[in-house]
Design a protein around this ligand. Structure first.
Ligand code: ADP
Ligand code: 6PG
Length: 168
C-alpha cells in the first residue's frame, strides 16, 4: 500500500460503505470520520445547519492524527470537501492518497434519502455540493464514479496506480 487512503465525497456518496469494503480488501484498519465529530457538530448538522471551516478544524486535526498513526496502511472515510481541508490532512500525513467518490446529485440524493437512521438530513446535500472542490492536479488521488456496485468501485480503486503502485 502506498500510504493511508481517505475516501472522500459528499454525504451519501458511499464513503462509509466503500471505505469499509476497501479496508477489508486491503486488510488494513478502517475508521469513519462521522465517529470523530463533536456532539456540537452532530447537533448542528442534525438541525440542518452546514458546518463552517471553524467547526471542521479540530475534527480534521483528529482525523489527521489517525492518518499519521496509520501511515503503513489504513482507510478513513471523510468528506474532505475542500482543498484546504485536504491540505490540513496532508500536513499531518504527507503520504495520504484520496479516493474521490463522485456522482450526479440525483444518484447521490437517492442513496442519501433511502439510508436509514443517519443524523445527516437530505436538506444539507446542496450545501455539500456547493462546498465540494474536486481534487486538483497537485493532489495525489483517484476519482471513481459511484454509479456502479460497491465491489466494482473497490476493484477500480485497488487497480489504480496511486493505490497499488506506491513504493511504501
Ligand atoms: N455503490 C453503491 N451502490 C448502491 N448503494 C450504495 C452504494 N454505495 C453506498 N450505497 C448506499 O447508499 C447510502 C449512502 O452510503 P454511505 O456509505 O452511508 O455514504 P456516505 O458515508 O458517503 O454518507 C447507504 O444506504 C449505502 O448502503
Ligand atoms: O464536513 C462535513 O460537512 C461533514 O463531514 C459532512 O460532509 C459529512 O457528510 C457528515 O459527517 C455526514 O456524514 P455522511 O457523509 O456519512 O452522510
Amino acid at each position: 500500500m502506498s500510504g493511508p487512503v481517505v475516501v472522500m465525497g459528499v454525504s451519501g456518496s458511499g464513503k462509509s460503505t466503500v471505505g469499509a469494503a476497501l479496508a477489508q480488501r486491503l486488510r488494513v484498519p478502517f475508521a469513519d470520520a462521522d465517529d470523530f465529530h463533536s456532539p456540537a457538530n452532530i447537533a448542528k448538522m442534525s438541525a440542518g445547519e452546514p458546518l463552517t471551516d471553524a467547526d471542521r478544524g479540530p475534527w480534521l486535526d483528529d482525523i489527521g492524527r489517525w492518518l499519521a498513526e496509520h501511515r503503513e496502511g489504513g482507510v478513513m472515510s471523510c468528506s474532505a470537501l475542500r482543498h484546504i481541508y485536504r491540505d490540513r490532512l496532508r500536513a499531518a500525513c504527507p503520504d495520504v492518497v484520496f479516493v474521490h467518490l463522485t456522482g450526479t446529485p440525483e444518484v447521490i440524493a437517492a442513496r442519501q434519502a433511502t439510508r436509514p437512521g443517519h443524523f445527516m438530513p437530505t436538506s444539507l446535500l446542496a450545501s455539500q455540493f456547493d462546498t465540494l472542490e474536486d481534487l486538483g492536479a497537485d493532489e495525489r488521488g483517484v476519482v471513481v464514479d459511484v454509479d456502479r456496485n460497491v465491489d466494482a468501485i473497490v476493484e477500480r480503486v485497488v487497480a489504480a496506480p496511486e493505490i497499488a503502485g506506491g513504493t511504501r
